[in-house]
Design a protein around this ligand. Structure first.
Ligand code: HEC
Length: 142
């Protein structure tokens, strides 16, 4: 049976999409400037403070956005950083820099719609310093 495109597009809007933002348990330890870069470029997919824009409410785009957020949070969630042991936190910082250095993160398709997430050379230097800083005092600045 053939379903017309408009009917199909309407029908898929009924599929529930989980756009919840669970509670924020902690702030990621970082200097104010490093946190600002992370918030600008990573938090939509790697925190519980995701901003869900209008197109995240329209299927099938909504499915893609929600998938990225759920997968992203599973890999790395700055809002539940407290759940990581200190050595895992260090590893997560190093991996974050590695992804940025290699140009893997933020994901390429995110950038045209979120130009504020484009990282300048200065932003990258800030993230690199954050990833290499010894845990503790060097990260505590606000
Ligand atoms: C548009 C959503 C999105 C944005 C923005 C984003 N990420 Fe991701 N990130 C993902 C998804 C989805 C995954 C899991 C799939 C994958 O690894 O490709 C991921 C995986 C990761 C991983 C784990 C990689 C691995 O293979 O173990 C790290 C680390 C990471 N992201 C860091 C960052 C950092 C740092 C930023 C900001 C500079 C960022 N991401 C921005 C969606 C995003």
């Amino acid at each position: 049976m053939a379903v017309s495109l408009p009917v199909g597009l309407l029908a898929i809007q009924l599929v529930p999409v989980d756009r919840r933002n669970p509670p924020v348990e902690t702030e990621v330890p970082a200097t104010a400037e490093a946190r600002a870069v992370l918030r600008r470029a990573c938090y939509d997919c790697h925190s519980n403070e995701s901003v869900w824009p209008w197109y995240s409410r329209v299927a099938p785009i909504s499915w893609l956005v929600a998938r990225d957020v759920h997968e992203g949070r599973k890999e790395l969630n700055f809002s539940t950083w407290n759940r990581l042991a200190p050595n895992q936190q260090n590893k997560a910082r190093r991996e974050s820099w590695k992804e940025v250095e290699e140009g893997e993160m933020p994901m390429w398709f995110y950038l045209p719609i979120h130009p504020e997430a484009r990282l300048s050379a200065g932003d990258r230097a800030i993230l690199q310093a954050w990833s290499l800083a010894p845990a503790g005092a060097a990260l505590a600045g606000r």
